[in-house]
Design a protein around this ligand. Structure first.
Ligand SMILES: [Zn+2]
Ligand SMILES: [Zn+2]
Length: 168
């Protein structure tokens, strides 16, 4: 599934993408009271794993994530930064008491990966609910989104990508 998503990302952004070796979730990110993992701590940990030849690194985890002001997050990214993390915990049909569906999971995961990637390229939330940059506070909003950016967000993304290419 990750290989397929990586290929789609490569196609969407027109930059090479690869699936890296798995790393463990940092123990210090676990909150014993909430029984969830602090996504900001995971991001810090991921930053240490970024190699000079990688533009962005997206962590995919099965653990449930939170930031202190919210009950949960589907993911978190550094705005205009290098790293992001996405959790599959609440993207699975089983979480909502439904039978497992790998196709649905893959669609949702891809949408969330490109959403968080968008943030790393400096994109903020979009008001169009079909756009990948729309803020999804619940699973139904993820399902409503398309797996692409609206014209405005795509334009901004292209600009960021262009800047990076001329930088290098
Ligand atoms: Zn967001
Ligand atoms: Zn948009």
């Amino acid at each position: 599934m990750l290989e397929r998503i990586s290929k789609k990302v490569e196609h969407l952004l027109n930059v090479p993408s690869e699936v890296l070796k798995p790393v463990s979730v940092p123990k210090e990110a676990y909150d014993y009271v909430r029984k969830q993992y602090n996504s900001t701590v995971i991001l810090k940990n991921l930053l240490e794993k970024v190699t000079p030849d990688s533009l962005k690194v997206i962590g995919i985890t099965h653990v449930d994530l939170f930031i202190p002001v919210l009950t949960f997050v589907f993911g978190e990214a550094q705005l205009g930064g290098q790293v992001a993390v996405v959790s599959t915990a609440r993207l699975r049909q089983e979480f909502y008491g439904l039978p497992a569906d790998e196709f649905v999971l893959e669609e949702r995961l891809y949408k969330e990966v490109i959403h968080e990637l968008g943030h790393t390229f400096g994109l903020v939330h979009c008001s169009l609910n079909k756009c990948a940059m729309y803020l999804s506070t619940s699973i139904k909003f993820i399902d409503l989104k398309s797996s692409g950016f609206c014209r405005e967000c795509q334009k901004q993304l292209n600009k960021s990508l262009q800047l990076l290419k001329t930088d290098r």
